[in-house]
Ligand binder design. Structure first.
Ligand SMILES: [Mg+2]
Length: 342
């Protein structure tokens, strides 16, 4: 077996602004793992500085991670590979996720089945994905929402958490009166503010609110959960498996991401752990290439809510695979994750 990686800068279609800041491009590191028969599996890291990773840190640890794959030298030994990746670099989940996705792609290409079939899942059960409306002027957010609905999407994820939250949200609701709307504050509110805002968000027909308060304030999250007019989801508060029981009595939904938890198998474990704690599950992503999101699309039949629009937000991508017609996910019916270079 051998492996290689390549850093790419992908432009975002417009600006992507959330409460923490704005960006117009993303850096990704594509990983390719090949066996001796010439089959190649593809994955990618979408490092998020919020979780301590950059393209530089990913490139720094990938040689050690890819050494693990070559040492194990068995593309089907996915459990052993993921365990040893985690022992080798405990942090750097996006770097580990890239290798995990590439190995799952290679293994299932060798087996001749799509990843979802290998996992025994029914592709038709994947919930439709939401489409993100980033923070912008209220009018621009309304126009964006109208465009997205016009394109056939029925679920919007609206970013809030700066000033004029209510004006922005009202503009979106006016432009998309029928859409299902989820709100993500990305940790921006205080607990009393989150409780107060939940009242008018509920009046505007919002389904639930994601990460209203900082992850560093678990008591505040509990307070919001107890008093909020809306169900509450954890994203920044639920990163790895031990976080699932920790947030179970203070949220209703957990948003899991390959780039936070570090691998396909770990993500599946988190889904089942969340279910055991009575939580609903969302599968999310960063703004990231199809090379990594494709694997998450194969896991979508396991969850209640899907937020896998990260590749749709790019102006250019290096890989193609799943289709998103009006939010309905369809993974390619070919072996592996089904990604191909554009
Ligand atoms: Mg979020």
């Amino acid at each position: 077996m051998n492996a290689e990686f390549e850093r790419l800068t992908l432009p975002i279609d417009g600006a992507f602004t959330i409460s923490r800041g704005s960006k117009s491009e993303v850096e990704t590191v594509v990983v390719r793992v090949s066996d001796d028969g010439g089959q190649t599996g593809v994955g990618a890291a979408a490092p998020d500085p919020h979780y301590g990773e950059t393209a530089d840190t990913v490139e720094a640890v990938l040689p050690d991670l890819l050494d693990v794959v070559e040492e194990v030298d068995d593309p089907l030994a996915l459990d052993r590979i993921e365990r040893r990746l985690e022992r080798t670099v405990r942090d750097n989940p996006a770097a580990r996720a890239a290798v995990s996705v590439a190995c799952h792609d290679l293994a299932t290409r060798r087996l001749g089945v799509p990843l979802y079939r290998y996992l025994g899942l029914d592709a038709d059960r994947a919930p439709p994905t939401s489409y993100t409306v980033p923070i912008d002027d209220p009018d621009a957010m309304g126009e964006k929402a109208a465009d997205v609905v016009e394109a056939g999407y029925e679920i919007l994820k609206v970013k809030l958490g700066t000033d004029r939250d209510r004006a922005r949200m009202e503009a979106v609701r006016e432009a998309a009166p029928e859409a299902t709307i989820r709100v993500d504050a990305n940790e921006a509110w205080t607990p009393p503010e989150a409780v107060r805002k939940s009242e008018w968000l509920a009046d505007l027909g919002v389904e639930f609110v994601e990460q209203p308060v900082p992850a560093e304030n678990p008591a505040g999250l509990r307070q919001v959960h107890e008093r909020s007019a809306l169900p509450v989801a954890a994203d920044e508060s639920c990163v790895t498996l031990p976080d699932v029981p920790a947030v179970a009595d203070r949220v209703d939904v957990v948003n899991l991401k390959l780039m936070k938890c570090g691998g396909v198998r770990e993500a599946v474990r988190m889904v089942h752990a969340a279910r055991a704690h009575g939580l609903e599950v969302m599968l999310g992503c960063m703004v990231e290439s199809t090379a990594s999101i494709a694997a998450a699309c194969h896991l979508a039949p396991l969850v209640d809510y899907v937020d896998l629009d990260g590749a749709l937000l790019l102006a250019e991508d290096a890989y193609e695979g799943p289709s998103y017609d009006g939010g309905t996910l369809a993974v390619p019916d070919r072996p592996g994750t089904g990604v191909r270079p554009v």
